[in-house]
Design a protein around this ligand. Structure first.
Ligand code: NAP
Ligand code: GLV
Length: 309
């Protein structure tokens, strides 16, 4: 079996070694420009079009992340009949749930405001909030959203979700489709975005959406930078409609050093770390799926190209 590997960053030799250990009979090689030798599987992160173009020989393309926007953007360069398989949790859900819970608790307990006071040497009481008034709305209730919801519920927060299809998750108020978005937003004191980036969700976090949140609401974006219309967020923070934002993803990454977000004290910035691809978990998952495919069995995490995720 021949496997070609490409990632735009990261320790190539370690990925190759772990893939080889998990699939000892496979010949795993790094793909380089001009490599058109036969291959059965591709394991990729942000591959160039030239790697996958004309690769109708592949049995599957494995994406080294949950989001497949970078692959699907290749458009016609992506061979039509070849299945694209994304990472399905692989250790990311627990990281994402930790990140989001930390941000929600920070806003709930007003640590952002206490931090600001401490910088000015101020000792001032701030009224505590009640969890029942601090409902968290999660945009996207897939693999990651469901885990975030579970942890927030265990912490006692009211949780609602918004997705394409309605969900039946104990304790979560499910909203589905465009018709139910306004109702969802009006009741979300914290809005968490964990949607895939598709033509339908690009720019969804704009003034129109964010202004429908209750006054003083918070935004947590752990999905993709292009979900957010950046100037709209800055305006709504300046106008006092939003209380703060925690952003892990940006339209341009790394975030340029002169970007206005760095100077807005109500924005907390992290460098796309909310849920990292874990090499061991990912290799185990991909190897298991390759073995399933070789046996003719179905695998989880198949991407629906018409939906875009
Ligand atoms: P997933 O399992 O595919 O879940 C996607 C969810 O979004 C589903 O509930 C889906 O609804 C919903 N959705 C998609 N399009 C929609 C639309 N137009 N309207 C309403 N709901 C829509 O994906 P996942 O594994 O949870 O990952 C989500 C995203 O997180 C990834 O695509 C990636 O971009 C991002 N991510 C970021 C990081 C990071 O470090 N920052 C790490 C990992 C992933 P249905 O359930 O009805 O289909
Ligand atoms: C990371 O951003 C991912 O999509 O896995």
């Amino acid at each position: 079996m021949q496997i070609i590997y490409y990632a735009d960053s990261g320790p190539v030799e370690q990925w190759l070694a772990e893939l080889h250990t998990a699939l000892p009979l496979a010949d795993v090689r790094v793909w380089h420009e001009g490599d058109t030798a036969p291959a059965d599987y591709a394991v990729v992160w942000k591959p160039p079009a030239a790697m996958l173009q004309h690769r109708a020989d592949l049995k599957a393309i494995f994406n080294l992340g949950a989001g497949v926007d970078a692959i699907l953007q290749l458009g016609d360069a992506l061979p039509a009949g070849v299945p694209v398989v994304r990472l399905d949790d692989a250790g990311m859900a627990v990281q994402m749930a930790d990140y989001v819970s930390h941000a929600v608790l920070r806003y709930f307990r007003r640590f952002d405001e206490f931090d600001a006071q401490a910088r000015d040497h101020q000792w001032r009481f701030l009224k505590p909030r009640r969890k029942e008034d601090f409902s968290v709305g999660i945009l996207g209730m897939g693999v990651l959203g469901a885990r975030i919801a579970e942890v927030l519920l265990s912490l006692g927060f009211p949780v609602r979700s918004w997705s394409r299809s309605r969900k039946e998750i104990a304790g979560v108020q499910s909203h589905a489709g465009a018709d139910e978005l306004d109702d969802f937003l009006a009741q979300s004191q914290v809005l968490v975005c964990v949607l895939p980036l598709t033509p339908q969700t690009t720019g969804i976090l704009d003034r129109n959406t964010l202004a429908r949140l209750p006054k003083g609401a918070y935004l947590i974006n752990v999905a993709r930078g292009a979900h957010l219309v950046e100037q709209d967020l800055l305006d709504l923070l300046d106008e006092g409609h939003l209380g703060g934002a925690t952003l892990d993803v940006f339209r341009e990454e790394p975030l340029p050093s002169d970007h206005a977000f760095w100077n807005q004290p109500r924005i907390t910035i992290t460098p796309h770390i909310s849920a990292l691809t874990l090499r061991g978990d990912s290799v185990r998952q991909i190897a298991a799926k390759i073995k399933q495919m070789e046996r003719g069995q179905p695998v989880a995490g198949l991407v629906d190209r018409t939906k875009g995720y």
